[in-house]
Design a protein around this ligand. Structure first.
Ligand SMILES: [Fe+2]
Length: 451
């Protein structure tokens, strides 16, 4: 009987059980929109040899894609597994492209991939997300229902320690199910938060670097260097090996979507954006984005926020003058588990304390902007959108305006929520929605022609 068991399993197990993690899309190392787009497809399997192939449907039928390749992740407590990847190539920008994954010649997975759009599009942003809670699942469902073209998660991607085992339980099944078909349909981008670090106790922490595939155009950091995520030799070797060139470089990067340039910064304390190399990269990246209609910076730790929780964690304020110099329009952050929006701000630091402490300075606040009748902003609007699943912070402040900083214009902490960004060349509409799709806040930003 025993010898028949593998055969019987093959006969009766549904084909999708071939996956430990079902196929999911990543932008890959493709920061700029190309005439022929590409998108990366990844999936996880047990550590066994099978014949995997991937096809994309073209005008004259299915087209076999090169690869796939795989790396092993051998970091307990999960059994050794394979992270497969292949690049879907020569895709039309802005198309919904059918693709299928075959195992030993039989199609076992099929979906459509939304390629990057050159113009108008919908981006959804939220943070502090995968904690395995009911609110996380409710927000995931609402995000899928809002039909984004891409999703950005502003850090604290997976609780409580960004571990591979936690991704398996709390991230992939929630954002990539039949009911919530997000990851298989649109690329999800993100940035590591303070819960995504290489914690010394866990061999499978920092799975971000192994499981995500994002542009490798950030500062050219090497393991062990200042500003790089500090892994421990003998603990994190397996994750580092499975990450290939992504570790430690993928912590910061930039990409274009439509007419927006996104600059994504690792704001964890080990990264000092005032150090010459990091600052030079940031300046060069923003300078090169002069032609973009809109410039967005995304990071985990907000520069400006009003919640009592994490109030001291506003150390990234020091980069504000650089962002202002290059015309950044919006900054998205998480870390603080609620929604907050500032007036358009300019900030001159006057007292920079030790890293990890708030930075004092002088504010210039655009009091006229209201996002309704007056939609041209003089300064940067800072959005905290950290209400994507984890327990909310300081809900009492929602109704106590006196507890907000003078430049805070919206503060909603009694509901989980996410940000919908509808982008056009000259207009950008931002709406904050709750898990039922109800609008909690909205602003419109416009730009003069030729800027
Ligand atoms: Fe955080």
């Amino acid at each position: 009987m025993r010898m028949w068991l593998p055969f019987l399993l093959t006969m009766f197990l549904p084909a999708q059980d071939a996956f430990l993690v079902k196929p999911y899309l990543q932008l890959g190392d493709a920061p700029r929109l190309a005439a022929m787009e590409r998108v990366e497809l990844m999936w996880h399997t047990a550590d066994q040899d099978d014949a995997w192939t991937v096809e994309v449907r073209g005008p004259r039928g299915w087209i076999l894609q090169p690869g796939p390749t795989f790396r092993r992740l051998a970091a307990p407590p999960l059994p050794v597994h394979r992270i497969y990847r292949t690049i879907l190539r020569n895709l039309r920008p802005g198309a919904s492209v059918p693709y299928r994954v075959k195992l030993n010649g039989s199609a076992v997975f099929e979906a459509e991939a939304q390629t990057r759009k050159p113009g108008n599009h919908r981006m959804i942003v939220f943070g502090d997300a995968a904690d395995g809670s009911a609110p996380q699942a409710a927000i995931a469902k609402a995000v899928a229902a809002a039909r984004p073209d891409a999703v950005f998660i502003t850090g604290d991607l997976v609780y409580s320690r960004g571990r591979a085992a936690e991704y398996r339980a709390r991230f992939f099944p929630v954002y990539n199910s039949e009911e919530v078909p997000l990851l298989r349909r649109v690329p999800i981008l993100g940035v590591p938060g303070n819960h995504d670090l290489p914690f010394g106790k866990w061999a499978d922490a920092s799975a971000y670097f192994a499981y995500w595939s994002l542009p490798l155009n950030g500062p050219a950091l090497k393991a062990g260097e200042a500003n790089a995520a500090p892994v421990t030799t003998g603990v994190h070797d397996a994750v580092v090996a499975a990450s290939g060139p992504a570790f430690p470089r993928m912590a910061s990067y930039s990409f274009d979507y439509g007419k927006i340039h996104w600059t994504v910064l690792d704001s964890n304390l080990y990264t000092d954006w005032e150090s010459p190399a990091m600052k030079a990269w940031l300046e060069a990246d923003l300078r090169a984005a002069k032609g973009a209609a809109w410039r967005i910076v995304a990071l985990h730790h907000p520069l400006f926020q009003s919640a009592r929780s994490h109030f001291d964690d506003q150390w990234m304020r020091t980069i504000s003058p650089t962002l202002e110099k290059y015309g950044v329009d919006l900054v998205f952050a998480g870390h603080v588990h609620n929604y907050q929006r500032t007036a358009p701000l300019r900030f001159k630091p006057t007292k920079v304390g030790p890293r990890g402490k708030a930075v004092a300075g002088e504010f210039t606040v655009d009091e006229a902007f209201d996002g309704k009748a007056i939609t041209r902003a003089k300064g940067i609007i800072h959005i905290v959108t950290g209400a994507g699943g984890a327990e909310l912070y300081d809900p009492w402040q929602t109704d106590v305006k006196a507890s907000w900083q003078p430049w805070t214009r919206a503060f909603i902490s009694d509901k989980h929520s996410f940000t919908v960004l509808d982008v056009e060349t000259k207009q950008l509409k931002l709406r904050q929605l709750d898990a039922e799709g109800r609008e909690l806040d909205s602003i419109t930003l416009t730009k003069a022609l030729g800027r």
